[in-house]
Design a protein around this ligand. Structure first.
Ligand SMILES: Cc1cc2nc3c(=O)[nH]c(=O)nc-3n(C[C@H](O)[C@H](O)[C@H](O)COP(=O)(O)O)c2cc1C
Length: 203
């Protein structure tokens, strides 16, 4: 091999090595990206607005993808491909709405993710809206988190002690800025913890 051919071969090999290193870096980065499913039931828009706040909070964390869906639209693949799931419900007679309960029951009945604990070590969070100050918001959140614990998920809170909540009755209609901030804080915390679980703390 003359000097020219040698340099040419060396150049081709170097380019291939650089491309291969770049490819593995990009592949690794993509596989370390965190996906958070934010899902909710909402008949009159309050819980939906909180869900949007939660999704905004998720997006604050870098390398994060958020999937925002009503509970009835969630597929088994949405659950399996998520690193974290945040569920929101209106309070109906002191607990989660029937739609949210059906969604959680479907983790066994329809999606079959309870068997073999397929949600194990995914991160979970919950939020609720209710008309009254003290009429079931915390029960609703804790009951959703209980279903997640039974599925061996890692549940976390946000800025609020249990998750995030809003009072929506006549005394305090709609979702105010403080409640939206709590929703964003929940999304951010869940995404942060999901990133630590997936990538390690780096400490
Ligand atoms: C059937 C039903 C039962 C409800 N029960 C309660 C309740 O026990 N406690 C409460 O604080 N609000 C209760 N509410 C009010 C809703 O939780 C509240 O309006 C909520 O913000 C609605 O959320 P959405 O706008 O996302 O549908 C009830 C509403 C309905 C329709």
């Amino acid at each position: 091999m003359n000097r020219r051919d040698y340099l040419k071969t060396l150049g081709v090999l170097s380019a291939a090595a650089i491309l291969s290193l770049y490819g593995s870096f990009v592949g690794r980065a993509a596989s370390q990206s965190v996906t958070v499913l934010v899902t909710y039931h909402s008949a009159s828009g309050n819980t939906e607005k909180m869900a949007q706040g939660v999704a905004e909070g998720v997006k604050v964390v870098s390398d994060t993808t958020v999937v925002l869906k009503r509970v009835g639209d969630v597929t088994g693949n949405d659950l399996l491909s998520s690193d974290a799931v945040i569920v929101g419900s209106p309070v109906y007679f002191g607990n989660m709405s029937g739609e949210v309960k059906t969604f959680l029951d479907n983790w066994t009945l329809k999606f079959d993710v309870f068997r073999d604990r397929k949600m194990r070590n995914k991160v979970g969070g919950a939020f609720a809206t209710g008309a009254s100050v003290s009429n079931g918001k915390e029960v609703t959140i804790v009951t959703i988190l209980g279903a997640m614990l039974i599925n061996q998920m890692i549940v976390v809170s946000g800025g609020g002690g249990f998750g995030a909540s809003a009072t929506t009755g006549p005394d305090s209609p709609g979702i105010d800025e403080k409640e939206m901030a709590e929703a964003r804080e929940l999304g951010k915390r869940v995404a942060e913890v999901a990133a630590v679980v997936k990538r390690g703390s780096g400490k």
